[in-house]
Design a protein around this ligand. Structure first.
Ligand code: DX5
Ligand code: ZN
Length: 216
């Protein structure tokens, strides 16, 4: 399978959201990556339900919603209603991750789990078969435009090995500090989905940057 590109709307110009969404619609990107932050699980607040609803009206590609919130179970149904196709929760924010994952799937969405940089991949060993996606955070969640953490390559390889051993078929997504320089190394290590915020939206030609990331 060719790797997927998910531009992160957090880095878009919110005053021109419609044209930013259309840029992604008309590009080689595969998904929209939407970062929801609650100011509790992470130190920042981003956007929520009404904004995602508006994005969904314009978006012609799947919505990959990354929840950086505590107690995400309370909102699973709401995110389904506003059009999330993939719903990712944080390992560090869930006391009953198995239950949460199955509640997401019950709503008909794909279920993902994100791991902070300090969380080893093997904490997921007993639920790997249940997952559609594992998001390895390559920065500490909360902000766009941070420096990529090099240890990520090692984590991707380890996770890929666990996937083989467990006969699972979740996608490996990398989120934070991804750009046209490190993308090929990430794909070679085993990444299936690259999330890219600043490197896309703050580049001179976002459509061209997406194309470069896709055709690496
Ligand atoms: C960070 C978010 C990322 C962020 C990535 O908490 O989860 O999705 O938007 O942005 P860049 O690509 O700029 O690091
Ligand atoms: Zn994200």
């Amino acid at each position: 399978m060719k790797h997927l590109i998910a531009p992160s709307i957090l880095a878009a110009d919110f005053g021109n959201l419609k044209s930013e969404i259309n840029m992604v619609n008309n590009s080689e990107a595969d998904w929209f990556h939407l970062d929801v932050m609650d100011g509790v699980f992470v130190p920042n607040i981003s956007f929520g339900i009404p904004v995602i609803k508006s994005i969904q009206r314009e978006a012609k590609k799947k919505l990959d919603v990354h929840l950086m919130i505590i107690e995400p179970d309370r909102y699973i149904n709401t995110f389904k209603e506003v059009g999330a196709n993939i719903l990712t929760v944080h390992f560090e924010a869930c006391n009953h991750l198995h239950r949460t994952i199955h509640a997401i799937k019950q709503e008909g969405m794909k279920a993902g789990v994100a791991l902070n940089p300090h969380t080893p991949v093997n904490v997921l060993s007993d639920i790997l078969e249940d997952l559609d996606l594992v998001c390895i955070m390559s920065v500490n969640p909360g902000f766009g435009g941070q420096k990529f953490i090099e240890k990520t390559y090692h984590k991707i390889k380890e996770l890929k090995k666990l996937r083989e051993e467990s006969n699972s078929n979740f996608l490996i997504e990398i989120d934070g500090g991804v750009n046209t320089e490190n993308a090929s190394k990430l794909i070679n290590a085993g990444a299936d989905v690259l999330v890219a915020g600043n490197s896309v939206f703050k580049s001179n030609n976002p459509t061209e940057t997406i194309k470069k990331l896709k055709n690496i």
